[in-house]
Design a protein around this ligand. Sequence first.
Ligand SMILES: C[S@@+](CC[C@H](N)C(=O)[O-])C[C@H]1O[C@@H](n2cnc3c(N)ncnc32)[C@H](O)[C@@H]1O
Length: 314
Amino acid sequence: MFDTDLRCFIRNYYVILPLDIMTTRQDTIWEKFLSPVFRLLIDEKALREYNDSVDWEKECNYIRRPDVITPTYYSSQNFHGIKGGYLTSGAAVTYDPITQYVVPPNETWVRQGLIDAVRVQPRRILDIGCGTGTGTIMLKRAYPEAEVIGLDLSPYMLVRSQHKANEAGLNINWRHSDAEKTGFPDASFDLITASLLFHETPPAVTVGILRECLRLLTTGGQVLVLDGNQTTMRQLEFLHNVFEEPYIRDFSAGSVDAWMGAAGFEAVQTQDILLIHQVTSAVKPIINGETAANKNVRTYTPYNTGLQGFPSPA
Ligand SMILES: C[S@@+](CC[C@H](N)C(=O)[O-])C[C@H]1O[C@@H](n2cnc3c(N)ncnc32)[C@H](O)[C@@H]1O
């Protein structure tokens, strides 16, 4: 099972865009030329040992929330060509070793582009679609005083995140949730981030998630989105045919700026990172006649951190 997952994952990954396909093709450029190279770069033995050392079902059951409904766009796709997509240990174990090579020119450097775009002093940060938590961990390191929550639909990815944070000695909370329906109270966060998420969601879901971000942010709070550069991706449309993926065409044809606007954000700005990636920043405006004295600030009670009474972001 794990070997099959790894093979499918390697076959279907391209640049920063994990490929979401229902069937796997054997005749792609990737399959013929690139996949063998990646197999040489990856320590499969170490991955297998780690995979076998974890009681996935036990740990997933601990983190899984029974009230979370997995949306169809997510459960119907074999993300990365892996049967079961992100809802497998194979996805969680293979994500990092591949991603380090497929986010050019350097994964850490690209992720730092998002952190460099932070314009608020965050006290509570939500990283949606956090995956294995690489970006979440960088946020916690950049803002050690902030309460940081990584949220994902996949308990498997969250188990991997938790192991990484524990190894790093970082106190980060991991939350199993749908980013479109988080269940957090209004105005709980002053910074929300999403890295490499929206190329994997249909545009209507993207706008729904951004509306949820607007609800969750305090007035003046910031949302930051890191993903593939949509302008460049439009020029490379031939790759869409080589590497099948259900939502990638919609993402590259669309505009994160427009989706931010549709969700109600203002001060929307996108900056390129080396023409390969982009970081979009936007701010929650004053809504519904709020005044400076009547800000949309509520007390957020952390669900398991023991930080009750932690002041609300403002
Ligand atoms: C390509 S990975 C990106 C992971 C991580 N942010 C990173 O930068 O490496 C996309 C992640 O989004 C998660 N995801 C997709 N749709 C989601 C949703 N509606 N709510 C929460 N997580 C979602 C997937 O489970 C997966 O872990």
